[in-house]
Design a protein around this ligand. Sequence first.
Ligand code: DX5
Ligand code: ZN
Length: 225
Amino acid sequence: MPTRPLLIAPSILAADFAKLGEEVRAADTAGADWIHVDVMDGHFVPNISLGPAIVKAIRPHTKKILDVHLMIAPADPYLAAFAEAGADIITIHPEAGPHLERSLSVIRDLGKKAGVALNPSTPESTIEYVLDKVDLILAMSVNPGFGGQSYIPAVTAKIAKLRKMIGDRPIDLEVDGGITAETAPFAAGAGANVLVAGSAVYKGGPEQYKKNIEAIRAAKPRAAA
Ligand code: DX5
Ligand code: ZN
């Protein structure tokens, strides 16, 4: 069972980029707890999305936490730019640089919460020695790069292991990729307390966003089949 209340973080990757400010406000008023921002470089992942200028542009549109997920390598040269742009949480992948502990310390020194993201095939042991340096662990439940992919069921067991590894530490456990009203119960059941959802929130037009968020939040935690 999650030890913290379940939070929903809509990913603006699935929003209409031609009116991002409006889309961020719409998710905010529809009940989003955080706004998740997917940054892709076309190198670490096979897609290019957005950079610090966009984070800065959307910042005035919400007071909610901007949860910035960097799928870029290297990440170090850009940490300050994302901090200055208004990110509240900055999450990096261990593969993005040679010195994970140092990068996480830099994020905290910038006054931001530090997150570490694990690809589906990255073992949880990778972060065993940085647990006192992170505020958030992000378990990818798809291979990063694109929205609209299907949740990988094998990740559910990994979420449970991460929850156990976290213990009593004040660390959020976030799951990202393929989260829908149907898959959310497995992620929440395994112990995730933050669910990222792109396509499942930004579908059907702004008048549907509230219903879409509520459907995910209503997830009744359940054990994997
Ligand atoms: C994938 C991104 C996810 C993605 C989620 O690389 O990190 O945040 O946008 O999108 P959905 O919910 O559509 O899988
Ligand atoms: Zn993400």
